[in-house]
Design a protein around this ligand. Structure first.
Ligand SMILES: Nc1nc(=O)c2c([nH]1)NC[C@@H]1CN(c3ccc(C(=O)N[C@@H](CCC(=O)O)C(=O)O)cc3)CN21
Ligand SMILES: O=c1ccn([C@H]2C[C@H](O)[C@@H](COP(=O)(O)O)O2)c(=O)[nH]1
Length: 264
C-alpha cells in the first residue's frame, strides 16, 4: 500500500489548511487517483491494522438495501451510529439508491442486479454504472454519499472497477472505502465468472483532518508489508447470497492499529 502512504505524504506536503462542515479543520488537495491490481493481493492497509469485519458487514448491509443501523448493531458494527436518528434511520442512503432507486413514474430500479445482468449480457457496454448520488433525495439523507459513483469494465476476462469518491477522509474513511470496493469487485467478478482486474480509486476533495495529523505522521514512519490474500470460499447463487463467513483473509500481518476520532 505504498500508494496510500504517498497520498498521505502528498496531502501533508501540498495540501491547504481549510475549515470544513464538521468544524474540525482539514488539510486538503483536490483530485487524486490510485490503481490497485487485485491479482497482486488484497488492498488493505498494512501500516495500521484495519478492522476488516466492520468493512465486510457494512458492504453486506449496503447490498441488503438497508438504511437503518439496527442490522449493523446486531453485527456489532457501530461506524454509522453518530449519523442515525432516534429510530436508527439514515434516510435514503447507499442501500436505498443501489437497490431501490425510485423513479419519477413510481418504479424502483435495482442498480446492482442490473449491473450484474449487464456485465453478463453486454460485457462491452460502457454504461456499467451505479450511482448513489440522487439529487432529488439528498435533503432526506443524514449524510450525502461520499463514495457516490462506480463504473465497471470488462476487458478480456478481467473485471475492472473505478470508484469516484467526492469527499475523502484519508486517515479513517479511505482505507475502509478501498477495501470495501475491492471486495465488491471480487464478488461481482465471481458472480460473472471473470477475473478481478484493476481497482481504480479516484478522489475529489481529499483531506486529512487536523486531529489525525499525529496519527498520520506515525503511520508514515512505518514500512508497508506484503499484501494479504482475500478468498471467497463459496460462490453464492447471486450477489445477494454472501455472508460474513464467505470472506477469508490470509497472510494479513499489519502494524498495530492507530486510533483516531471520527469527525461528525
Ligand atoms: N468524517 C467521516 N469520515 C468517514 O470516514 C465517514 C464519515 N465521516 N461518516 C460516514 C461514514 C462512516 N465511516 C466510518 C466511521 C468510523 C470509522 C472508524 O471509526 N474506524 C475505526 C474502527 C472502527 C471499527 O471498526 O469499529 C478505525 O480505526 O478504522 C470508519 C469509517 C466512513 N464514513
Ligand atoms: O465512506 C465514507 C463516508 C464519509 N467519508 C468522509 C468524507 C468527509 O470527511 C465526511 C463527509 O463530509 P461531507 O461534508 O459530506 O463531505 O465523511 C469518507 O471518507 N468515506
Amino acid at each position: 500500500m505504498q500508494q496510500y502512504l504517498e497520498l498521505l505524504q502528498r496531502v501533508m506536503d501540498e495540501g491547504t489548511d481549510r475549515p470544513d462542515r464538521t468544524g474540525t479543520g482539514t488539510r486538503a488537495v483536490f483530485g487524486h487517483q490510485m490503481r490497485f491490481n487485485l491479482a497482486k493481493g488484497f488492498p488493505v492497509l498494512t501500516t495500521k491494522k484495519l478492522h476488516l469485519r466492520s468493512i465486510i458487514v457494512e458492504l453486506l448491509w449496503f447490498l441488503r438495501g438497508d438504511t437503518n443501523i439496527k442490522w449493523l448493531k446486531e453485527h456489532k458494527v457501530s461506524i454509522w451510529d453518530e449519523w442515525a436518528d432516534e429510530n436508527g434511520d439514515l434516510g435514503p442512503v447507499y442501500g436505498k439508491q443501489w437497490r431501490h432507486w425510485t423513479t419519477s413514474d413510481g418504479r424502483t430500479i435495482d442498480q446492482i442486479a442490473e449491473l450484474v445482468q449487464q456485465i453478463k449480457r453486454d460485457p462491452n457496454s460502457r454504461r456499467q454504472l451505479v450511482t448513489a448520488w440522487n439529487p432529488g433525495e439528498l435533503q432526506q439523507m443524514k449524510l450525502a454519499p461520499c463514495h457516490c459513483l462506480f463504473q465497471t469494465a470488462v476487458i478480456g476476462n478481467k473485471l475492472h472497477l473505478q470508484l469516484y469518491q467526492r469527499s475523502c477522509d484519508v486517515f479513517l474513511g479511505v482505507p475502509f472505502n478501498i477495501a470495501s470496493y475491492a471486495l465488491l469487485q471480487l464478488m461481482l467478478a465471481q458472480q460473472c465468472d471473470l477475473e478481478p482486474g484493476d481497482f481504480v480509486w479516484t478522489g475529489g476533495d481529499v483531506h486529512i483532518y487536523s486531529n489525525h495529523f499525529e496519527q498520520v505522521k506515525l503511520q508514515l514512519t512505518r514500512d508497508p508489508r506484503p499484501l494479504p490474500k482475500m478468498n471467497l470460499v463459496r460462490k453464492p447463487d447471486s450477489i445477494d447470497g454472501y455472508v460474513l463467513e464467505d470472506f477469508q483473509l490470509t497472510d494479513y500481518e499489519p502494524h498495530p492499529h492507530i486510533k483516531g476520532a471520527v469527525a461528525v
